[in-house]
Design a protein around this ligand. Sequence first.
Ligand code: FAD
Ligand code: EPU
Length: 337
Amino acid sequence: MHALQSLHTFALPSQCSQLVTVNHWQQLTEIDFSQPFCLLGEGSNTIFVDDFVGTVIKMALKGVAIQERDSDWLVTAAAGENWHQLILQLLEKGIAGLENLALIPGTVGAAPVQNIGAYGVELAKFVEYVEGFDIDTQQIVNLTREQCEFGYRDSIFKHALKGCFVITQVGLKITKQWQPELSYGPLQHLKHTHPSAWQVCQAVIAIRQSKLPDPSVLANAGSFFKNPVVSNQHVSKLKQQFADMPTYFVNDSQQKLAAGWLIEQAGLKGHQIGGIAVYHQQALVLVNQGNGSADELVSMIKYIQQQVWEKFAVKLEHEVRLLGHDNEVHIQGAVCE
Ligand code: FAD
Ligand code: EPU
């Protein structure tokens, strides 16, 4: 058995039967994918809520290549590269564009899976292709951005290609016509200062450090739930009672709500169940205070879902991937319609 506590940032004391570290894609051809397996980067969006009776495959492929073209750069980064280090490395070379996504933990290979996003930017904007190992054919194939079916915290890798595609590298197209993206509230004040990409990067880092706990200090997995998308009709109803509720238009008929706001308004900021707590500075983040257990975490998830349902009639879906005994598990607390 191999300990998993140090391999995922929520740091529950779980174990797996086998651990394989992949440094070359050819190693993938030697793995028996007919047995339970789980792909892992740096474990910042994965929580092992049980001992895993299968192989944990830690993706550690390294390498970054930059090709200059007429109007853009094609940056090719291997799945095991650290995402934030890649951004810093590119900024040092004068290649700007990814700075709003600074300090998001994890690997390049996991970034397309949930289409990482922050401060008005999503990874999808930059993806030219995603290269991966097709488990059925044992071949390396390339997917275009369109084929990745990116959405809010979503992609084909969570659906049709779940469990059959191992991302080996990502090709990012970064335009030379850099424009800062400053639409997100706390970045808007920079508009008048004509900031450089480094300054935007530093501002993003400062905002993140003021709101989000550093997993190496306090175990967590970032935002625990997705921001729910509901109909305009439902928003109108809620606004009669909660006039100051933040909402963001997604399309003509739907709006996104802030799950952190809903959880805070349900009175759950700082709420504790055993060693698991709702983070006191950001209610969308759950933390493991060091001695938390999987049972306590599951109770907390269900409790939050139930309380938010009772107060707002809104269902919260966890964004974090939970790994059970031999597969991913989804928790939907007792919510009655
Ligand atoms: P892991 O947790 O190891 O894996 C995540 C998922 O991807 C798993 O389902 C895994 O099976 C799959 N996977 C991993 N590697 C591969 C591969 N090579 N091929 C196929 N599948 C693979 N996310 C955001 O979008 N925006 C944020 O602002 C943000 N902030 C965060 C802040 C904190 C403090 C933390 C802890 C997390 C935050 N996250 C954020 C979530 C997390 O950083 C991202 O989801 C990140 O992409 C996870 O990378 P990882 O390597 O740790 O993935
Ligand atoms: N809010 C509260 N109370 C809280 C937390 C938030 O009232 O405890 C309110 C804020 O005041 C604000 C709104 O909710 O009006 C949104 O909050 P914030 O801007 O902090 O962003 P978020 O919706 O909580 C999302 C992403 C983050 C990403 C930030 C910045 C999701 C699930 N989360 O958080 O991503 O970094 O926006 O773009 O979409 C992650 O995925 O792990 C993650 C951290």
